[in-house]
Design a binder for this molecule. Sequence first.
Ligand code: 13P
Ligand code: SF4
Length: 328
Amino acid sequence: MTAQPTNLAGIDVRAEIERLRKERNAVILAHYYQKPEIQDLADFVGDSLELSKKAAATDADVIAFCGVKFMADTAKILSPQKIVILPDLDAGCSLEDSCPPEKFKAFREAHPDHIALTYINCSTEVKALSDVIVTSSSAETILAQIPPEQKIIFGPDRHLGGYLNRKFGRDMLLWPGVCIVHEAFSETELLKLKAQHPGAPIAAHPECPPTIVDHADYVGSTSGILQFAKTFPGDTLIVATEPHIIHQMQLALPEKTFIGAPGADGNCNCNICPYMALNTLEKLYVALRDLQPRIEIEEGLRLGAKKSLDAMLAMASGTVGKGDLGRA
Ligand code: 13P
Ligand code: SF4
């Protein structure tokens, strides 16, 4: 059940979040795609891999996860003794939705000589059906450890899988899922924007289709794109990923200009993740107050999913950042 702010009139939501955070011994984790007001009060803002690691290592009693459900599920899988709350349980992900576990199971069974290398943007059930999980910041490092002759199924994001195939000369079998947010960038509009800012590089997330990625000067995870933004020599950067990450860029480099890549009509809001946007400060306050909505996962399923996440953490360890998908 989703926590619904009812009558919050007269309540100082920020002050209450501060009070409850201490009272509950809670840590607030936020993804870069969260609204700026949530990023600003989080204890830690990061990409999928960094947030998984924080969730696994925290000594807090409560993890208030400001992101989407598969990320909060991952926190619970790795930290089962903690209470994990998500401000809005409906904060899903189009990639997770594109990969129903029963269809993924049948696909795996049809390819018994393949291992399943699976993007973290999937359900707990699909993680339990997989061999190794990857995030966009760990995929390259992990793929490099798998012998070239090993046959691989990669799901659910066909664009990330295709990008890896092209870059590393692999022929992984791709599940046909896409992120509706990154799919919405328009090549025509991007080229028009580029013509207006000829010197500005383009940084893109590998969830973008090849029509966008092929124009990018840098391709990488959210943390990789942020790192690129902090180090590129120019004064203007075009950012082809969910635009809320620009908040961190502006905080770090207020003198530079960061422009979100456009969608089909040139200036639509179609690149804002509608799932991430479901979380609000008010819902976070109610979730901390009620310790609901809470993530619960059946223990057998959790242990199955933990195996593929543990494989990711082991294979990615010590190389985060260096092994990013980035190309400068
Ligand atoms: P990152 O792992 O790069 O943070 O990506 C998460 C995500 O959902 C991108 O859409
Ligand atoms: Fe899922 Fe796309 Fe939203 Fe990321 S941006 S959470 S992949 S729908």
